[in-house]
Design a protein around this ligand. Structure first.
Ligand SMILES: C[S@@+](CC[C@H](N)C(=O)[O-])C[C@H]1O[C@@H](n2cnc3c(N)ncnc32)[C@H](O)[C@@H]1O
Length: 290
C-alpha cells in the first residue's frame, strides 16, 4: 500500500494553501465519522480542490486552521461533508434496472388492489434523476398508461445526505442537456418547458417526496419498500459500513421486494441476508410477493 507521505502533495495554485498528509487524514476521519465516507489517499487532490473554496470563503489561509474550524463548528462540518460528496447521476442511468423494474416488478404493483400501498425508495438520490426515472416508468409511455395510478396509494421517497441536491430533487427542474438521456416517449410525455431547461410534469412530482437523510443515522420511515434503489452510493463506504447498510436496507424491504445497486457494487453476503440474485446488480428478498 502506498503511504500518505510517499504520494506527491496536490500542487497548490498561487496563494492557495497546501493540503498536507496530517490535515488530509483529519478530514478523512471527519468524513468517516459523519457519513462513513471512506476517503483514500487517491482522493487527496479532489479534497484539496473542493475545499480550497471553503478556505477562501471563510477567510482562512491554511488547512490546519480549516480543520480546527470544522472540528468546532457543526455548520462548517456539514458544509464540508456536502462539498465532499459526489453527486454524479443522470436519467435512466443503468437502464437494465428500469427494464427489470418495468417487466418484473411493475406488473405485480399494477395488479394490487386499491388500498394496497406501493412504496419505493431512492436512497442516495442525488438531484433526483433516479427517482424521476422511476416515476416516469410508473406513469408509463403515454397518459392513458398512467390511469392505474389514479386512486392508487403510490409514494416514492428520495433521500440524500446533501440538502442542496435534495432541494434540487424537490424542485424537479433540470438543464436542457439532461433531456438527452430520457428516451421517447417519456421525454415528450412527462417533461414540461422551463426557463432553466425543463421541469418534471406535475404527475411525476406528485409521486415524489424528497428528504435529507444520512443513511447512517436513524431512519424515521416505518413502512416496508417494494423496491429500494441504492445505486452508486455504497462505493464510497468501507466494508463494515457497507455490511451495516446492506442489512438495514434489507430489513426495510418487503418480502419479494427488490434491491437495485450500482454497476460496480456487490452485496457482501446476500444469502445470509435472505437475498437472491435476480439480475445484474439486482437482488430479491426471499419470501415471495405480498
Ligand atoms: C454518485 S451519487 C448516486 C446517485 C444515484 N443513486 C445514481 O446512481 O445515479 C451518490 C449519492 O450518495 C449520497 N451519499 C453519500 N454518502 C451518504 C450518506 N452517508 N447518507 C446518504 N447519502 C449519502 C451523496 O450525497 C450522493 O448524492
Amino acid at each position: 500500500m502506498t503511504t500518505a507521505a510517499a504520494l506527491p502533495r496536490p500542487s497548490a495554485g498561487p496563494g492557495e494553501a497546501e493540503l498536507g498528509a496530517t490535515e488530509f487524514a483529519q478530514i478523512a476521519a471527519v468524513m468517516q465519522r459523519e457519513a462513513r465516507i471512506h476517503l483514500t489517499e487517491a482522493k487527496r487532490t479532489l479534497v484539496h480542490s473542493r475545499l480550497s473554496r471553503r478556505l477562501r470563503e471563510n477567510g482562512i489561509t491554511s488547512f490546519r486552521d480549516y480543520v480546527a474550524l470544522v472540528e468546532r463548528d457543526p455548520v462548517e462540518r456539514r458544509t464540508m461533508v456536502i462539498a465532499l460528496t459526489t453527486n454524479h447521476t443522470h436519467f435512466f442511468r443503468e437502464s437494465h434496472h428500469f427494464d427489470h423494474f418495468r417487466s418484473v416488478l411493475m406488473p405485480q404493483l399494477k395488479g394490487r388492489s386499491k388500498g394496497q400501498s406501493v412504496r419505493i425508495w431512492s436512497a442516495g438520490c442525488s438531484s433526483g434523476e433516479e427517482v424521476y426515472t422511476i416515476a416516469m416508468c410508473l406513469l408509463g409511455r403515454d397518459r392513458t398508461d398512467a390511469a392505474w395510478l389514479r386512486g392508487a396509494d403510490v409514494r416514492l421517497l428520495a433521500t440524500d445526505i446533501s440538502t442542496p441536491v435534495v432541494q434540487a430533487a424537490e424542485r424537479g427542474v433540470y438543464a436542457a442537456a439532461a433531456r438527452d438521456s430520457i428516451p421517447e416517449p417519456y421525454r415528450s410525455t412527462w417533461l414540461r418547458p422551463h426557463v432553466d431547461g425543463f421541469e418534471m410534469a406535475a404527475e411525476a412530482k406528485a409521486l415524489v417526496t424528497a428528504r435529507t437523510l444520512n443513511l447512517f443515522e436513524s431512519w424515521p420511515m416505518r413502512q416496508l419498500y417494494d423496491a429500494i434503489f441504492c445505486r452508486n452510493v455504497m462505493i464510497y463506504f468501507d466494508d463494515e459500513a457497507k455490511a451495516d447498510l446492506e442489512a438495514r436496507l434489507v430489513e426495510r424491504l418487503a418480502p419479494g421486494g427488490f434491491l437495485y445497486i450500482g454497476h460496480s457494487e456487490r452485496l457482501i453476503a446476500p444469502a445470509k441476508l435472505g437475498m437472491s440474485l435476480a439480475g445484474q446488480t439486482i437482488y430479491q428478498k426471499n419470501g415471495g410477493p405480498r
